[in-house]
Design a protein around this ligand. Structure first.
Ligand code: UGA
Length: 425
């Protein structure tokens, strides 16, 4: 088993560290946020991530997982150093590598002789070469080993991967990195660094394409009175298409797809390749948000001015507390600009959001629905499926529901006098 240092304890770094400790490696996770590190050292994790807290506690108990602010000591004996740092989007859509650069300058002189540095975060094509240049340590191997972790099921995805991708110049270095995952049953794809980096972007952009495609087909199905679920079941049964990532929604969001699609377009433009398809995928997603807002306006009787709209779900998807690039919040912004008054419920949001001072947050979905002209389901939290329409009917002003995630039992709601709408019709 190996000695590992993980720099950055966001959801990628923390999951990587805790899972590698679970697989038997000795892991030190480092972060500049000292408050976070002291909480993690007590087994308290700052995010909602299924199974992660248990693994962190297991690692602390077995002594295979440590949290530090300064990784210098650990780096001196580390075989592998994972870089799991944020790469935020710049104004022009390109990725900002300044966190990476600062971290590299900090660790450069402490890296053990002939150890390996691994890029885990999603970084532009060419970043392995950038890391090599900044480190200026010819004895240290630099590798791309992208993550394919979904928020909310990151632990499961790490321990049961569809594939492990390793991009290295030197095959012997790739083999050493592969040994970290030797207890997992999966396909290991070894390639050059640029290909590994592009695999990550291509995968996310393809999934986003699938979603924009299915959202457009869902809109069309609603408009021509076809059954959306049947159309998707019919398409998804074709093995070449596949059933996953075909659930229509109010638009895709989160910390990855919006950033990575824009970054891919930017990489294309600096490489002289017009990524026109991906641009259309991004535009279609913007249109989807607009369609939702138009539909709410239509359902509320043509104008949203002064209307109370209740939002069920604010996170970008269920089983996470992440609000970054959430379609629900983008829709909220558009509704407010058209004059709506918003009330909201989300199981992970308990206080007023600073960027939405006038959106009232309630502790239950029923309280949020009080006096509403329209209830809108924006995140597919399971608890919304089980809400009794009779109880909602007693609280709302108008029995109108827009189910943007397609999770409600339509006939049950209709039997209780509700108009239940999809996004288009
Ligand atoms: C995504 C990828 O799925 C991961 O493989 C990748 O590692 C990660 O980005 C990353 O780059 O770090 P994540 O952002 O956690 O993971 O979210 P997804 O589960 O992929 O969902 C993205 C968006 O698509 C959400 O807004 C979700 O609601 C939406 N979605 C997903 C649908 O509308 N329908 C679906 O059928 C699936």
């Amino acid at each position: 088993m190996s000695n590992v240092v993980v720099i950055g304890t966001g959801y990628v770094g923390l999951t990587t560290g805790a899972c590698l400790a679970h697989l038997g490696h000795h892991v030190t996770c480092a972060d500049i946020d000292s408050t976070k590190i002291s909480r993690l050292s007590e087994g308290r994790i700052p995010i909602v991530e299924s199974g992660l807290e248990n693994l962190v506690r297991e690692g602390l108990r077995t002594g295979r997982l440590h949290f530090v602010v300064n990784a210098s000591q650990a780096l001196l004996r580390s075989d592998f150093t994972f870089l799991c740092l944020p790469t935020p989007e710049r104004h022009d859509g390109s990725a900002d590598l300044s966190y990476l650069q600062t971290a590299l300058e900090t660790v450069r002189d402490d890296l053990r002789f002939e150890s390996i540095v691994i890029n885990k975060s999603t970084v532009p094509v060419g970043t392995v070469r950038f890391v090599e240049r900044v480190l200026a340590r010819p004895d240290v191997g630099v590798v791309s080993n992208p993550e394919f972790l979904r928020e909310g099921s990151a632990v499961h995805d790490f321990l049961h991967p569809d594939r492990v991708v390793i991009g290295a110049v030197d095959q012997a270095v790739a083999t050493r990195v592969a040994s970290l995952y030797s207890t997992l049953t999966t396909r290991v794809i070894t390639t050059d660094p640029e290909s590994a980096e592009l695999i990550k972007y291509a995968s996310n952009a393809f999934l986003a394409t699938k979603l924009s495609f299915v959202n457009q087909i869902a809109a069309l199905a609603e408009a021509v009175s076809a059954n959306v679920d049947d159309v998707i079941a019919g398409m998804g049964s074709d093995k070449r298409i596949g059933e996953s990532f075909l659930r229509p929604g109010p638009g895709w969001g989160g910390s990855c797809f919006p950033k990575d699609t824009k970054s891919l377009i930017s990489i294309g433009s600096t490489s002289g390749i017009d990524m026109s398809l991906i641009r259309s995928v991004v535009e279609a997603n913007e249109e989807r948000l607009e369609q939702v807002v138009d539909r709410i306006e239509h359902l509320s009787g043509s104008s949203l001015k002064g209307k109370k709209i209740c939002l069920w779900g604010l996170t970008f998807k269920a089983n996470t507390d992440d609000l970054r690039e959430s379609p629900a919040l983008k829709i909220a912004t558009k509704l407010i600009s058209r004059g709506a008054q918003l009330s909201a419920y989300d199981p992970t949001v308990h206080d007023t959001l600073s960027s939405f001072p006038l959106m009232f947050i309630f502790g239950s979905p029923l309280d949020a629905a009080e006096g509403a002209s329209c209830v809108v389901v924006l995140t597919e939290w399971d608890e919304f499926k089980w809400i009794d329409p009779v109880l909602v009917a007693a609280r709302v002003d108008s029995r109108t529901v827009l189910d943007a995630r397609g999770i409600l039992n339509r006939s049950e709601w209709q039997d209780n006098g509700f108009t239940v709408s999809g996004i288009v019709c």
